[in-house]
Design a protein around this ligand. Structure first.
Ligand code: TYD
Ligand code: MG
Length: 456
């Protein structure tokens, strides 16, 4: 679609090759389905330099003001923590997650909490009517809050509204519904989503208005198809959890203004999301007593220790290629651990299906989960339950050695706080470690682990 007023080109997202029309395969690098429509800058007279009125001049770094003054609390303490200590003015936060996970609820609650501090907020509803937003607000008990709501899907108009109303924060729900007249492609296409987001990012930076963009995750698990939005914005938060559970985890995967380690735990209830002050207790609430295949892991979510239950089911497979399913764990890591168990601990698993799950819908990515995975699998395979008062953590190496992991004391304290009497951890971490009433038992190999856990 080449149009004089509407200058755009199709640009390969991998190599940057530009073409005047859409192509299935990029002629530059040969990649398929990577051509995305992008707006081109307005043409300039030859030799003319771009000059902008009011463009910023360089100034000494020491004269640049930064810090607490530019941040403000959203009023939701857990959200603040994930954002790195509050919402930064002029920052753009992308909130991604599966449909129905609670993104709109979170966004509206954040609006309500900001409005209750007397700050003006604008809620741009692209998917729902203002009436529907009002119904949800009633359910969340925030009808009195001063939130401006508008149903709008034109990105240019949203930018105008931000300039007109000058809110403290704006929520765009969702970015996939926006479209810009700069491109000819259909709303929802990657080019439209990207250009609309770019327009709002520019608007947020210019006006100092903090902007939440809500985005649906596609089946491939990326936001809006390719990760094009992720590098446009300052902060990317993922809202996770499985629909069957009420627990939700909000995780920062990118943050220009803080650590990406922080997570917040919420519980979806009848009147919206409630912060969960004691996530360990929530994640262990339904732990079965005396069942084989269950191990409690003391993991770290950011700087915060959390106890979660790792469940394993090992059962005889009728398949030539036994199944390995891991929910909430890295499948590659699980395959490695099963191979180590088979080879170093002589636990025959080659004819067994192995299913692993992190109870409560949490994702655990740190190697410290290894020891709990191994313990849960061995417990299920041998049909012997672990003691109910033991928590484990540690990394497992390829020779079956147990390797040190960070922050053993923090984990031990959390286990003690939740009433666990014994912790099994890497021997090199256990030295000199003590918390009243909870024993730290160091293991250096898988054999020792199974001995200590009575699984040998
Ligand atoms: P929603 O925020 O609409 O999800 P998303 O924007 O991510 O698609 O929330 C969807 C689910 O949350 C929906 O199934 C209803 C449920 N819910 C509650 O359980 N309690 C509540 O107070 C609200 C507002 C929603
Ligand atoms: Mg929604």
């Amino acid at each position: 679609m080449v149009d004089k007023a509407r200058r755009s080109a199709f640009v390969c997202q991998q190599c940057g090759h530009a073409a005047p029309r859409w192509l299935g395969q990029c002629p530059g690098c040969g990649a398929w389905s990577t051509m995305v429509e992008e707006a081109l800058p307005a043409p300039r007279a030859r030799g003319a330099r771009e000059t902008r009125a009011g463009a910023p001049a360089p100034r000494p770094l020491a004269a640049v003001r930064a810090g607490a003054a530019l941040r403000r609390s959203t009023g939701l303490a857990e959200l603040d923590r994930v954002l790195g200590g509050g919402l930064v003015q002029g920052s753009v936060v992308l909130v991604g997650g599966d449909p129905g996970i609670g993104k709109s609820t979170l966004a509206l609650q954040a609006c309500g909490a900001l409005a209750r501090q007397g700050l003006p907020v604008l809620y741009v509803a692209g998917e729902e009517s203002p009436e529907q937003v009002r119904l949800r607000a009633d359910r969340l008990g925030m009808a009195e809050a001063g939130v401006l709501v508008v149903a709008e899907t034109a990105a240019e108009r949203v930018a105008e509204l931000i300039d007109e109303t000058r809110p403290a924060a704006v929520v765009v729900d969702s970015i996939q519904t926006l479209h810009t007249s700069a491109l000819g492609s259909a709303p929802g296409s990657v080019g439209q989503v990207r250009e609309s987001a770019a327009l709002l990012v520019a608007c947020a930076k210019a006006s100092g208005v903090a902007c939440f963009l809500v985005g649906h995750v596609t089946k491939e698990g990326t936001l809006a198809g390719p990760r094009v939005l992720e590098h446009l914005v300052d902060t990317v938060l993922y809202f996770e959890g499985d629909g069957a559970h009420a627990l939700r985890v909000l995780r920062a995967v990118k943050n220009r203004f803080g650590s990406t380690n922080e997570v917040a735990v919420f519980e979806m209830g009848e009147s919206g999301l409630a912060e969960v002050p004691n996530p360990s207790a929530a994640f262990l609430a339904e732990r079965p007593a005396g069942a084989p295949g269950s191990a409690v892991l003391a993991t770290l979510e950011g700087t915060r220790p959390v106890l979660v239950e790792i469940q394993a089911l090992v059962s005889r497979s009728g398949l030539a290629m036994p199944r390995r399913t891991a929910i909430g764990l890295d499948p590659g890591r699980v395959a490695l651990l099963l191979a180590v168990l088979e080879k170093r601990a002589r636990l025959p698993l080659h004819a067994e299906d192995v299913f692993l799950n992190v109870a409560g819908g949490l994702r655990v990515d740190e190697p410290a989960a290894d020891l709990a995975v191994v313990a849960a699998v061995a417990s299920s395979a041998r049909g012997r339950a672990l003691a109910a008062d033991v928590a484990v953590w540690g990394e497992v190496g390829l020779t079956g050695e147990v390797r040190a992991v960070g922050r053993a004391e923090v984990r031990l304290r959390e286990a003690a706080r939740q009433g666990f009497r014994r912790c099994v951890l890497p021997a090199s971490n256990a030295r000199g470690l003590a918390v009243d009433g909870t024993r730290a038992e160091g293991v250096a190999t898988l054999e020792q682990l199974f001995e200590v856990l009575a699984l040998a």
